[in-house]
Design a protein around this ligand. Structure first.
Ligand code: F0G
Length: 427
């Protein structure tokens, strides 16, 4: 397998660049795609190979990212920094399907990755490339999960990590991870979009390797969500994939993964991709509805802090996948997100708020008839319930201003007597 059988190509113009390079944008300012030599893979790589690797004891095969390495990055296994990530479960819940209004509905729980979010899939590739390029310092701006993931992988690879976060808007589970894994963590007095601008400038000024999803190798790793969910479904293509959208790297990656499998003839149709944004952080949903390019939103606001983003970097890449598949982009309110979360959590599956945009979005699209009753749907749950425990307690306590706790499971108090305890039990 040649190491250099891939290149970087601009999403906006036809410029291309060498595959392994410290480069995040085209000279024209556009974002970059990793372009694989798919024709070289034809006939050599198929689903049987990926299934065989499930039984392997080699770490690179056990990873739910590197198991698909021919489509991710053709590097020798000994160069890979892996925990190993992926291998997340696909759940079904009858109660939840009834509430959402879709019978054939499964949930791919990316919160089951090593640091509790889907970001580990992109990060194993980003850090592996950083190592290959000889980098010893990495950085990202983050609403929390990217920073938790990068901090962990950087520590494993012996690299210094710099994390830029929006002050006061990162859930405690995530902030504590960045600190625990030893990243230099800088609260910026501004939102994610400000932190994103500053981290690009700081990386350029000091030669630090940037590991946000503007880094095209992050996207290659995130594609593995698509490969693995197909493998979970024994290589049958669902009708819909529903995914939350913030900076739009994840939806872009899923679209690219399916497009590549389709180009190679490994699947005969594309699943429709539905990207769901929070109503207060909806620049992509608004642009999709209007049929215009994205206009950045000055003050994005949502309690789903992971997707509190007004100026998404990867919107063109994401739109490509949505359009090619005949999918859609929509938005849901914080009330809808938190009510959906109450149902997802109570089903025993559970996830952090941003993930529940998938649940609320699937319900909205089913009610509107966009998703047909008989269609098969996979929703992506992007982060673990414990990433944001505060919002769970506040919701069930009924103390979130502007939110009605429609499905509260109120905490009960009891005096320390049997009589009082039985009364509290309702027995
Ligand atoms: N869900 C969760 C839990 C996230 O952390 C993110 C993004 C998204 C959804 C949206 O994914 O940006 O690829 O569209 N979190 C980033 C971060 C921005 O910094 O952790 P996206």
């Amino acid at each position: 397998m040649s190491e250099l059988s891939f290149t970087l190509a601009c999403v906006d113009c036809d410029a291309s660049y060498p595959g392994l390079d410290v480069r995040y944008r085209c000279e024209c300012g556009g974002t970059l795609d990793v372009i694989h030599d798919l024709h070289a893979l034809a006939g050599k790589v198929g689903f049987n190979l990926f299934d065989r690797r499930l039984a392997s004891k080699v770490l690179a095969d056990r990873s739910g990212v590197w198991r698909f390495r021919e489509f991710v990055l053709p590097l020798p296994p000994e160069e890979i920094v892996t925990k190993p990530e992926g291998n997340t479960n696909l759940y079904r819940s009858v109660a939840l399907s009834d509430w959402v209004g879709i019978a054939d509905l499964a949930w791919k729980h990316e919160g089951e990755n090593p640091t509790g979010s889907f970001k580990d899939r992109g990060m194993t590739v980003g850090i592996t490339v950083a190592k290959k390029l000889g980098m010893d310092r990495v950085a990202c701006a983050s609403t929390g999960n990217t920073s938790a993931s990068m901090a962990s992988y950087a520590a494993m690879a012996g690299m210094k990590a710099y994390v830029f976060i929006p002050e006061g808007k990162v859930a405690f589970g995530k902030l504590s991870q960045a600190l625990a894994y030893g990243a230099t963590t800088i609260q910026i007095a501004g939102d994610f979009d400000v932190a994103m601008r500053l981290v690009q400038e700081a990386c350029a000024a000091r030669g630090v390797y940037l590991l946000n999803s503007i880094n095209p190798f992050r996207i290659e790793g995130q594609k593995a969500i698509a490969f693995e969910l197909l493998q979970d479904l024994d290589w049958t293509v669902p009708d819909w994939i529903v995914v939350p959208g913030g900076n739009l790297g994840n939806s872009a990656a899923i679209g690219k993964a399916f497009a590549e499998l389709h180009t190679l003839g490994l699947i005969d149709r594309l699943p429709k991709i539905a990207v769901i944004q929070a109503a207060g952080a909806n620049p992509f949903a608004a642009a999709f509805k209007a049929g215009t390019p994205v206009t950045p939103l000055a003050a994005a606001e949502t309690r789903a802090t992971a997707i509190r983003i007004g100026d998404p970097i990867s919107w063109r890449k994401s739109l490509r996948g949505v359009t090619a598949s005949g999918g859609t982009v929509d938005q849901v309110t914080d009330q809808e997100i938190l009510d959906a979360k109450a149902h997802l959590d109570a089903s025993g599956i559970g996830a952090e708020p941003a993930s529940c945009a998938s649940v609320a979005g699937a319900r909205k699209l089913a009610a509107a008839g966009v998703i047909g009753r008989g269609e098969s749907v996979v929703g992506i749950l992007t982060g673990h319930l414990l990433k944001d425990p505060e919002i769970v307690v506040d919701y069930h306590r009924g103390s979130l201003s502007g939110i009605t706790s429609n499905f509260a499971n109120a905490l009960r108090r009891s005096e320390p007597t049997l009589k009082a305890v039985l009364a509290a039990m309702g027995e």
